[in-house]
Design a binder for this molecule. Structure first.
Ligand SMILES: C[S@@+](CC[C@H](N)C(=O)[O-])C[C@H]1O[C@@H](n2cnc3c(N)ncnc32)[C@H](O)[C@@H]1O
Length: 326
């Protein structure tokens, strides 16, 4: 259903949030595997989204700060490439913070459409942005972007599309899933449109592991919040204190892995189904793949997207890519 926004200052709000049964199936299937895992999209209830925002402010999490610094440098260049009257679409928009820099630099953007799975957070962020950018059409879509989203059924204005996918969220997908997601974005582009995407780079294990296990324990709280969410929404009986957060760099697969490790043997049930874990057994909750520029370029090419330009910070920590349909 496309509805007016709760505060009335959005052009539209479309609620395509997946039913609760998807969360339950993912959790029950994931906990039933020999190597337990739960997809990272389930981190993002309202508390998870707020904790992610807190992570971006920690000293150890260089990712957001670095990407913002690149955007600062290239905003005018992006504005020239995007042209006048662009329609900006941001999947996984979170708090819509990075978009401020682009929208401020763009020449009379026609609209900003944010898409995220975290409903309350999405609505609050978009309503706030609509207040800051008076006169800009702002639409919000609550949806899972790994499922088909028919953009053409939404009241999106005409104009050159700029799909903006920052935050290295692409790194949360294994290679096949990343290719599939880029193919989805490819399907949103028409000739002349572009995808601006941020991807984190391979670097030392120490920097990477600290970024995903910050000294203040915010990332640990973010990871453990998944268990609290399961207890609340799926009638779970997990003892959150029986688990600890762990982040390790897997050099062979070029990714930081986040796990919830059982500190001792523990038994629990979720939606009436019983599980047990031995001490040291883990639930794998997130991968953050890191890219070299050639590897990212090859990934884009596998989805029929050409890297037309890329920009990195001076330390070579992070890269933004301008992609167009091949
Ligand atoms: C790593 S955060 C990045 C947030 C923001 N783009 C940034 O750069 O700071 C990932 C965001 O994508 C959203 N997200 C994750 N998986 C999603 C999915 N499958 N469908 C829609 N949104 C998703 C989360 O709710 C969260 O806001």
């Amino acid at each position: 259903m496309t509805t007016p926004s709760p505060a009335g200052n959005l052009s539209f709000f479309k609620d395509l949030h997946p039913p609760q049964s998807h969360f339950r199936e993912d959790v029950l299937n994931g906990l039933s595997k020999a190597r337990k895992s739960i997809p990272p999209k389930h981190f993002y209830d309202a508390r998870g989204s707020a904790l992610f925002d807190d992570i971006t402010g920690t000293e150890d999490y260089y990712v957001s700060r670095t990407e913002l610094s690149i955007l600062d440098t290239i905003a005018d260049e992006i504005a020239a490439k995007a042209g006048s009257g662009a329609v900006v679409i941001e999947p996984g928009s979170g708090s819509s913070v990075k978009i401020d820099k682009l929208l401020s630099a763009l020449d009379h953007p026609a609209a900003y459409i944010a898409l995220d799975i975290s409903k309350e957070h999405l609505i609050a962020a978009c309503e706030d942005l609509a207040k800051r950018f008076d006169g800009l059409e702002v639409g919000a879509v609550c949806a899972d972007f790994t499922q088909p989203v028919a953009l053409d059924d939404l009241p999106i204005p005409q104009g050159k599309r700029l799909v903006f996918f920052p935050g290295s969220t692409i790194g949360n997908f294994e290679p096949g899933g990343a290719k599939a997601l880029l193919e989805t974005f490819h399907g949103w582009l028409r000739p002349g449109d572009a995808l601006l995407i941020g991807a984190d780079r391979v670097k030392s294990a120490e920097i990477l592991e600290n970024a995903y296990d910050d000294a203040l324990g915010v990332t640990a709280a973010f990871n453990l919040n998944l268990l609290t969410r399961i207890n609340r929404e799926l009638n779970g009986t997990l003892d959150v204190d029986a688990f600890k957060h762990c982040a390790t760099w897997n050099a062979d697969l070029a990714r930081v892995e986040m796990h919830l490790v059982a500190k001792r043997g523990t038994q629990f049930s979720v939606s009436g189904q019983d599980f047990q874990m031995k001490a040291g057994e883990t639930i794998h909750t997130e991968n953050s793949h890191k890219f070299t520029i050639p590897r990212f370029t090859a990934l884009a090419a596998s989805a029929d997207l050409d890297v037309k330009q890329d920009w990195s910070d001076a330390r070579g920590y992070f890269t933004l890519y301008w992609l167009e349909r091949a």
